[in-house]
Design a protein around this ligand. Structure first.
Ligand code: PLP
Length: 391
């Protein structure tokens, strides 16, 4: 088969290898625990499920407009008003198949061949591949564990050239959980504006921020500078709706139109019944989000305390999402010289799946998800600790 050169350049998802190995071991009857999960271990709220069932029964079976149902687009605009005091209208929004498609739409709409895109590392796995699929050039900006893996202006400045067109910011971050305080975000936004660099701000974990840290967003910057930033959101993580595939973007109306053009020629509207369910999610009670956040907060503390008790481990205590990203290179050996081989060893020896840091652009680290039951978390981390310390 002759597959296009564009696709051949893109790397397959680096998380697949670990998953394949875990499946193989499960097939052999071994019990495998996954700390590699990228979704909340809470069910979608009942009222959202009921709304989906009602939509089926009420006959909402047909296409909608490509950017989504007007009342859902309004609900997205209202979300930014309710949480961040931002004035937005339905025309500033688009509903897409997960935050992922909003990101893809944005890269396709904004990147010309050879445009450079600054991506602070550690980064979410899909950014570089998406940029390459859009014929752009990902420029990886290293950050340090000491700075909580948050990009500093000097880091961005060092990687910026006259070809830099975009900057991707992700807060809270997958894989580090790192969360940019508002002042830091604003500083980056002002710097980018002074350089004529557009920001794609991925805020799909925006409700999962742990006190005393406060929520932050670039939607407030967008309100004053609508041509300089776009905000990606999703119901996936904050509303426990990963499988429903409802993502959003907040952007200048011209950029929304460009995204609609791409979506209209590729996938069209998001599943109509999932859109109805999303309206119920926005309109209904959000108490479950507070409850889930408290549980994740507790688990972050449990996991962080155990991991940082391992000798020589550096692990910033992040303020958001449900991941920890410790530097574990202290434990690398000739037999396990990198994050992938270390993850394979952990999987084979103690039956726990993790994602190697190399998938996120930092091979010194391994990603631990704490979207699992407290006891499972404690037992699993205990086993990994004993293995690493040869107990
Ligand atoms: N952005 C980040 C940082 C993510 O972690 C994910 C999912 O893992 C996405 C975007 C995509 O989210 P969705 O499932 O809504 O497409």
């Amino acid at each position: 088969m002759k597959i296009s050169k564009r696709l051949m350049r893109a790397k397959p998802s680096a998380t697949l290898a670990v998953n394949a190995k875990a499946q193989e071991l499960r097939a052999q009857g071994k019990e495998i625990v996954s700390l590699a999960v990228g979704e909340p271990d809470f069910p979608t709220p009942q009222h959202v499920c009921e709304a989906m069932k009602k939509a089926v029964d009420d006959g909402f079976h047909r296409y909608t407009a490509v950017p989504g149902l007007p009342e859902l687009r309004r609900a997205v605009a209202d979300y930014y008003g309710r949480f961040y005091g931002v004035k937005a209208t339905a025309d500033n929004t688009i509903i897409s198949n997960g935050g992922k498609q909003s990101l893809y739409n944005l890269f396709m709409a904004l990147i010309d061949q050879g445009d450079e895109v600054l991506i602070p590392a550690p980064y979410w796995v899909s950014y570089p591949a998406m940029v390459e699929l859009a014929d752009g050039v990902p420029v990886i900006v290293p950050t340090t564990a000491e700075s909580g893996f948050l990009a500093q202006i000097k880091d961005l400045e060092a990687c910026c050239t006259e070809r830099t067109k975009l900057l991707v910011i992700n807060t809270p971050s997958n894989p580090t959980g790192g969360h940019y305080p508002q002042a830091h975000l604003d500083e980056i936004a002002n710097w980018a504006k002074s350089k004529g660099i557009f920001i794609v701000s991925d805020e799909v974990y925006d409700r999962l921020v742990y006190a005393p840290a406060e929520y932050s967003t670039l939607s407030t910057f967008w309100e004053k500078n609508p041509e300089d930033v776009a905000i990606v959101g999703a119901l996936s993580k904050s509303f426990c709706m990963t499988g429903w595939r409802v993502g959003t973007a907040l952007a200048h109306p011209d950029l929304v139109k460009a995204m609609v053009k791409i979506q209209g020629q590729s996938t069209s509207n998001v599943n109509t019944m999932a859109q109805k369910a999303a309206i119920a999610a926005f309109d209904g009670s959000w108490d479950f989000i507070d409850e889930m956040r408290d549980v994740f907060h507790r688990r972050r503390d449990i996991a962080h305390e155990i991991i940082t008790s391992w000798p020589g481990v550096v692990c910033p205590k992040p303020d958001g999402a449900f991941y920890l990203f410790p530097v574990l290179e202290n434990f690398y050996t000739e037999e396990t010289p990198d994050s992938a081989s270390m993850c394979t060893k952990i999987l084979e020896e103690v039956g726990i799946a993790l994602v190697p840091g190399s998938a996120f652009g930092d091979d010194r680290c391994i990603r631990f998800s704490y979207a699992v039951d407290d006891e499972v978390l404690k037992t699993s981390l205990g086993k990994i600790g004993n293995m690493l310390m040869n107990k």
